[in-house]
Design a protein around this ligand. Structure first.
Ligand SMILES: [Mg+2]
Length: 207
């Protein structure tokens, strides 16, 4: 944290941008819960739903191309169940418990933003349907299909601290002039040479 603080000491900081999946939203538990629920509704096994998902994901160029609606449409067709019904099942599963506790305990600052990738509607659902959307400055919400594409990084002007759970994202951001990455490593099993925290509450030291 000290090195990072030294680096940004002379810059005006415009806020903190958070990645969504596995940084503030427990995507793994959410995915497990939704697939369990779908397996019950579609009267098939949990393993079977996981397999369907795996097949769909393997057809994609990148995991950020995952479109939850497309996956539900595949299941709708295969199991002969209304898409809108399955969509409602998914939407009803969202709740605040999927937001990591350290984020909820964090004092909310007015300059919180998002730096995420994937389908915008689904990423925004993770904020809106869990009740945390209000904590973010809407002008600082950046959601791209590929967030590390240089043309997308160029769209972010201003100096931001960026919190992400992925080492490759943090390493790419280390090369930028205005984005200062911090790796969130709750399990403390990641090897990253830059600044690393195990709880978002450590961010309060910066301010
Ligand atoms: Mg992530």
């Amino acid at each position: 944290m000290k090195t990072l603080r030294r680096k940004i000491l002379f810059k005006k900081l415009d806020g903190i941008l958070f990645d969504i999946d596995l940084t503030i939203f427990d995507r793994n538990r959410f995915a497990k819960d939704i697939n369990e629920k779908l397996s019950k509704i579609l009267k098939t096994s949990f393993e079977n739903i996981n397999l369907e998902e795996k097949n769909y994901v393997s057809s994609l160029k990148s995991s950020s191309d995952f479109n939850s609606n497309t996956f539900l449409k595949i299941l709708s067709k295969k199991f002969d169940k209304e898409f809108l019904f399955l969509k409602k099942v998914r939407d009803d599963i969202f709740n605040k418990s999927y937001i990591y506790e350290d984020f909820l305990k964090l004092k909310k600052f007015k300059n919180f933003g998002i730096f995420s990738e994937g389908f915008k509607y689904f990423q925004l659902d993770k904020l809106k349907k869990t009740g945390i959307y209000r904590f973010f400055d809407k002008s600082k919400i950046f959601i791209f299909r590929r967030k590390l594409d240089l043309k997308n990084l160029d769209k972010i002007s201003g100096n931001y601290i960026v919190i992400d759970d992925r080492i490759n994202v943090c390493e790419a951001l280390q090369k930028t002039k205005n984005l200062f990455p911090i790796l969130i490593d709750r399990a403390e099993d990641k090897n990253f040479s830059g600044t690393k925290i195990k709880s978002l509450l450590e961010l309060e030291e910066i301010f």
